[in-house]
Design a protein around this ligand. Structure first.
Ligand SMILES: Nc1ncnc2c1ncn2[C@@H]1O[C@H](COP(=O)(O)OP(=O)(O)OP(=O)(O)O)[C@@H](O)[C@H]1O
Length: 675
């Protein structure tokens, strides 16, 4: 999307930024506290240029120019006192929060009084294409993340002079300021900080994101004193877990040795593990391990892992072991993100949380925490940081932890569920596309009730055939009764939760029946207003053997599955809004399979209807072999009409559905692809 340069502020969602004003970017001098890439941005340093060149160039600049970092961020003009975005949201500018190498940060308050931080970057700094691309990448990456220990991305917009990245406010500054005030921190406090940082990095790495600029100054405290990683300016996404990056970037004190190797070695996720080691050392000892006045000395020390544990600042043996492993020269020798928390050091005193008193002095009682209490606090800190402990064996407990924690994008990474609006349509891994419900499960419950067969209504080719021929008949004045059938609203999926990465796909129908399509293809369908539930086991694509049972006296093998169904039901009821109003159950209908693309999710129901939930929140349902079509608007208004009439009119009769005919063409192609 191309963004025009005009007031009011515009949302920044596309791949382009406006042209900046005609201010010439200035060249930067070399500073140890600024990311290396800062110089690459402004001095046309190309990724992959060799290290000697980089050093030479930087040294030269260091000597030549003594400009401060403020010079760049100073180009960012103070935003007007009220900014109105294109979406019609007014933000009132508040106090100046701080500045980094490129950005200045201001408070912004919305009409409800909620306060945010607006990271403000001067357009004068993003004149060339490469810099623009980098800023857009930062926005794209940050926008895609949602984790309790990552600064939440709220919005992004621009005016003529600045680009604004609206973020969750972290009013208690960063670990860097904390360390400046406190000089050194206690081991228990650092344990808690490390768990939060590791939780966030584990999440980033699971999404193939490398942060590449982890440092104390980029880890902020939120109002509740929880840590949040911010500043994704140097972050990158690997195309595959095996690929490597070659750009020399990072901040001198935190840079990993393999980054200094540049083109020869390349680097990957392990640079973030290295940075964890640097931060842990700095917090416990009071300064980074390779610190020196001259950046070149820092690099030399890094390359030979030349650091000491000073005797006047003693730290525990177990902390030294962990730091030494984290700072291994060979990246493959560093502990994996999953194994860091297994180190003995984490078994020490562990506080339950950090209070604001920690900002000014050592909190009382941090070293007097019992082993039992520490173990409990450690487990709970891991849970809060999205790290699941293998002890939680009970599936319902796992579901509870996953679904109730405030991180839907972690747990439901591909969710398109009606209540989850922000993470929709982001990415669909190939493994989830074209799911077909083949059963591997062979057990049957001891049923007191009937066992029967439910046949699959085969309608794929009839539907495609009818949709195609109705297109040509749409303007025919002599439509037949067959083409104008009676139009009842079909059975729709009104809520759903994709949990196929662990158990399966759960949904609620508009007759309030609840189903879970387990990953092995079996469905459990709990019938609304009834004591019955059905276990439906697929039979060679022809249908399902159906075993009925009682909810109040389920066979013992079914109890666990019913618990999962109940948990999903509870979750959907309290978290998701319905797609449409209720309908009476006419027949037993359930989900046969589903297909997800970046534009829609398609549900194939067992009675031969197809439901399409499009990205723009319009839903279509094709029933009666394509002769009838239903539309559900984003506001839940439902209408059902003969397909031929809406083809004739080019749209539904009582609603103007955006790109209606294109949507029908997509539907036809999607169903055809299933034949
Ligand atoms: N979410 C936030 N809440 C409060 N203040 C923030 C927030 N994000 C950033 N800041 C403040 O703004 C300053 C600059 O932000 P940030 O570090 O993201 O900018 P930068 O120019 O990219 O920095 P760097 O030079 O480290 O790359 C921070 O040092 C901090 O003082």
């Amino acid at each position: 999307m191309n963004l025009r340069s005009s007031q009011p502020l515009q949302p920044l969602e596309g791949d382009h930024l406006n042209r900046a004003s005609n201010v010439t970017p200035i060249k930067a001098s070399r500073r140890k506290d600024l990311p290396l890439d800062y110089y690459n941005y402004y001095n046309s340093q190309r990724p992959g240029d060799n290290h000697a060149q980089v050093q030479q160039q930087q040294h030269h600049q260091q000597e030549k120019v003594k400009k401060k970092k403020e010079k760049l961020s100073a180009l960012c003009k103070t935003p007007p006192s009220v900014v109105r975005t294109r979406k019609g949201i007014d933000y009132r500018r508040g106090m100046f929060l701080g500045e980094g190498g490129f950005a200045r940060c201001f408070q912004m308050k919305d009409a409800q009084g909620k306060i945010y931080a607006a990271k403000t970057v001067a357009k004068a700094l993003i004149k060339n294409e490469k810099t623009k691309t980098k800023l857009l990448l930062e926005i794209k990456i940050h926008k895609s993340l949602k984790h309790p220990n990552i600064v939440n991305f709220v919005d992004c917009f621009e005016d003529d002079v600045n680009v604004y990245i609206l973020l969750e406010i972290c009013p208690n500054q960063s670990l860097m300021e904390l360390l400046k005030t406190r000089k050194r921190l206690t081991e228990p406090e650092v344990r808690l900080f490390m768990v939060q940082i590791i939780g966030a990095i584990k999440y980033l790495h699971s999404r193939r994101v490398i942060h590449r600029d982890l440092k104390l100054g980029n880890i902020f405290f939120d109002p509740d004193m929880r840590l949040k990683i911010g500043d994704f300016g140097l972050a990158t996404v690997l195309t595959s877990a095996e690929s490597r990056r070659y750009t020399i970037c990072g901040t001198p004190n935190y840079i990993a040795p393999e980054v200094l190797g540049g083109k020869q070695t390349g680097h990957s996720f392990e640079v973030d593990i290295w940075a964890i080691g640097i931060m842990m050392y700095a917090l416990l000892v009071g300064k980074p391990p390779f610190q020196a006045k001259d950046v070149n000395v820092i690099y030399e020390r890094i390359k030979c892992i030349e650091f000491l544990f000073p005797s006047d600042k003693p730290i525990s043996e177990s902390a030294r072991v962990l730091i030494t492993d984290l700072l291994s020269l060979d990246p493959t020798k560093r502990p994996s993100i999953n194994s860091i928390l297994d180190y003995a050091w984490f078994k020490g005193p562990f506080p339950s949380k950090t209070n604001e008193e920690a900002l000014t002095g050592t909190p009382s009682g941090v070293n007097n925490i019992s082993n039992t209490q520490s173990a409990h606090n450690f487990a709970s800190a891991k849970n809060q940081a999205g790290i699941y402990t293998p002890k939680l064996k009970n599936p319902v407990e796992i579901l509870k932890t996953d679904l109730e924690s405030d991180q839907p994008r972690t747990v439901l990474p591909q969710s398109l569920s009606p209540g989850d609006t922000r993470a929709k349509y982001q990415e669909v891994p190939a493994s989830l596309i074209n799911q077909d419900g083949r059963s591997t499960r062979k057990f049957y419950f001891n049923s007191k009730f009937a066992k029967s067969i439910i046949k699959l209504e085969k309608s794929l080719s009839d539907t495609v055939h009818n949709l195609r021929s109705l297109r040509s008949r749409a303007h025919d004045s002599e439509l037949t009764a067959r083409e104008l059938p009676s139009c009842e609203h079909p059975t729709l999926i009104s809520k759903w939760v994709d949990y196929s990465n662990k158990y399966g796909f759960s949904y609620q129908l508009n007759n309030d029946d609840i189903g879970v399509l387990f990953n092995d293809g079996t469905t459990i369908l709990k019938l609304h207003n009834s004591d019955r539930f059905l276990e439906l086991i697929p039979q060679d694509g022809e249908g399902w053997s159906c075993i009925e049972n009682s909810v109040s006296h389920p066979p013992s093998q079914a109890r666990r599955l019913l618990e999962i169904v109940d948990f999903f039901a509870k979750y959907m009821n309290s978290n998701l809004s319905k797609v449409s109003e209720n309908e009476e159950r006419k027949d037993i209908v359930f989900l046969r399979r589903y297909t997800r693309t970046s534009d829609y999710i398609m549900f194939e129901m067992t009675n031969g209807t197809f439901q399409f939930n499009f990205k723009d929140h319009h839903k279509f349902c094709v029933s009666k072999n394509g002769l009838v079509m239903t539309h559900v608007s984003p506001e839940r208004a439902i209408q059902t009409h003969p397909t031929v009439l809406l083809l004739e009119q080019g749209n539904f009769l009582t609603a103007d559905v955006p790109n209606c005919l294109e949507k029908i063409a997509i539907i036809e192609a999607a169903i055809r692809a299933k034949i």
